[in-house]
Design a protein around this ligand. Structure first.
Ligand SMILES: [Fe+2]
Ligand SMILES: [Fe+2]
Length: 258
């Protein structure tokens, strides 16, 4: 795995456009960090979550991550049909595989933590604001609104997921940490694709900015609320909750949708 895979933001946009959307790039990337792993981590890592309270808070957070990953999985798969170019369809097929893997490793972690019925537990613990985001994002996807749905999913949802997973990994038990760090590596590629695709489309259609600002105003408070709750559950200090949106705000500024 080379450095460019680690930080797609440092890739020249043209290089990204030509290479990073392919299965060739994807294989090289995931091989670097998933080879030898099982359910997203090395099998020998011991369980260290024993306290009932710590376990309960972790289960709540992981259930909400599962909702986020389900949104991305359903969105990436459904958007293949409306993606405006073949390379974009190919990229979305790699993203669909990634999101399916993310959901699988998070559900597996819930099972390890003693959750006997993950479906019921996810439904019970899902934050209302994340469920509302899922409903609105679903409307954009079903409306074949490529730009708005991609912005909601690969910029709003994934930029904030990226920040929260990254911070959570620093605070988490070793098993959860390794699972999250693997997910974060994939999310970087997804965010890179979203920014690259939307950046080029915004240059060609400046009116799109107004539309994406509307989407942003409606959807980003829902994700911000969800992930601030998550940071509180994993024990991050209150001040940090404000920092969470920093990389997201930088992304919308780069796109001119601030
Ligand atoms: Fe994901
Ligand atoms: Fe993703």
């Amino acid at each position: 795995m080379g450095e460019p895979v680690e930080d797609v933001h440092q890739l020249d946009p043209l290089v990204f456009w030509e290479h990073a959307r392919s299965f060739e790039f994807w294989f090289e990337a995931v091989q670097g960090y998933l080879e030898g792993s099982s359910f997203g981590r090395h099998p020998e890592v011991p369980e260290s979550v024993r306290e009932a309270d710590e376990r309960d808070r972790l289960v709540t957070v992981l259930c909400n991550y599962c909702v986020g990953e389900t949104i991305a999985l359903e969105g990436a798969g459904s958007l293949i049909r409306v993606a405006p170019s073949r390379p974009a369809k190919v990229f979305l097929s790699t993203q669909t595989v990634d999101e399916g893997r993310h959901l699988e490793v998070l559900v597996h972690r819930l099972l390890e933590l003693g959750v006997s019925d993950p479906e019921a537990e996810i439904a019970r613990r899902a934050s209302p604001s994340l469920q509302e985001f899922r409903r609105l994002h679903g409307e954009l996807v079903r409306g074949d609104d490529w730009d708005a749905a991609l912005f909601a999913q690969n910029v709003i949802l994934e930029e904030m997921e990226f920040a929260v997973f990254h911070r959570h990994a620093q605070l988490a038990d070793p098993r959860t940490r390794e699972v999250l760090l693997g997910i974060v590596k994939d999310e970087r590629r997804h965010i890179g694709f979203g920014e690259n695709e939307l950046g080029r489309r915004l240059k060609r259609a400046p009116d799109l900015q107004r539309r994406l600002r509307e989407v942003r105003a409606e959807l980003d408070p829902l994700i911000l609320r969800t992930f601030r709750e998550a940071i509180a559950e994993i024990g991050g200090p209150a001040a940090e909750r404000e920092d969470l949106s920093k990389s997201y705000l930088q992304a919308v500024t780069r796109l001119g949708v601030e």
